[in-house]
Design a protein around this ligand. Structure first.
Ligand code: DC
Length: 226
């Protein structure tokens, strides 16, 4: 049986992961957060004491990285060499590292097969930056989610504050714009909407409104009963 693949791409803070996770629960699909995989690679390199511009060093250590996604009560937990790093990867520093390592072609190639394998195993909703363009170009539904940078930074800021990180809104906005520029400007698999992606702008939306809009698109495209 062919599995249904739903690709959700877009810049940081557009609401991809929250929406994808909720929809996956509703539809009983597997949720794959590919950003978490880049974050785990970055965390490994930071802990190994490397500098983020040390491409050679990062590539040399890649074979030491083992990433596993496990699902507990429908929630994705990410393990780095056997350690649950689901929380450790959510800091501002880890975001910076993830963006830096994700620009390295060898890192992308290293994660690509694992991402494609997951899509073969079942119905998935996968979110990231290059899912509709590179990882799953044949996905049944492709959505490119955006929102104004202020809205995205505000969401990220609130998330970080809730987790107890001592951050300033202006810094969060600046870092987010830096990462967007880096993710969109890189040579390999840059952040961009696939030609056949449906563009959705969530600026000013409540979670329920965005969820409703996404649900309608998925229903229309897959005729899946949701
Ligand atoms: O979605 P996120 O913020 O957790 O992603 C962290 C970084 O990983 C982001 O700066 C871009 C990169 N990334 C990527 O290049 N390709 C993906 N499919 C997912 C994330």
């Amino acid at each position: 049986m062919k599995h249904i693949n739903i690709a959700i791409d877009g810049p940081s803070g557009a609401g991809k992961s929250t929406l994808a996770r909720l929809l996956a629960q509703e539809l009983q699909f597997i949720y794959v957060d590919t950003g978490a995989m880049y974050r785990a690679v970055g965390l490994y390199m930071a802990r190994a004491g490397l500098k983020n511009h040390d491409v050679e060093g990062i590539v040399r250590l890649l074979p030491c990285v083992r990433i596993e996604l496990r699902y507990e009560n429908g929630m994705q937990e990410i393990f780095l060499n056997g350690e649950n790093v689901s929380r450790a990867i959510r800091t501002e520093e880890a975001s910076r590292w993830a963006s830096d390592v994700s620009a390295i072609p060898q890192v992308r190639a290293f994660l690509l097969d694992a991402q494609r394998d997951m899509a073969k195993k079942g119905n998935v909703i996968m979110d990231g930056r290059d899912i509709g363009t590179v990882v799953l170009p044949e996905a049944d539904v492709k959505i490119f989610l955006t929102a104004s940078s202020e809205d995205r930074a505000r969401r990220r800021y609130e998330e970080l504050r809730e987790k107890g990180e001592d951050v300033v809104y202006e810094d969060v906005l600046r870092h987010l714009l830096d990462r967007d520029a880096q993710d969109s400007g890189r040579k390999t698999a840059p952040l961009r909407a696939a030609d056949d992606a449906i563009l959705m702008n969530t600026t000013g939306n409540t979670l329920e409104q965005s969820l409703g809009a996404l649900r309608a698109v998925i229903k229309e495209k897959t005729k899946h009963v949701v």
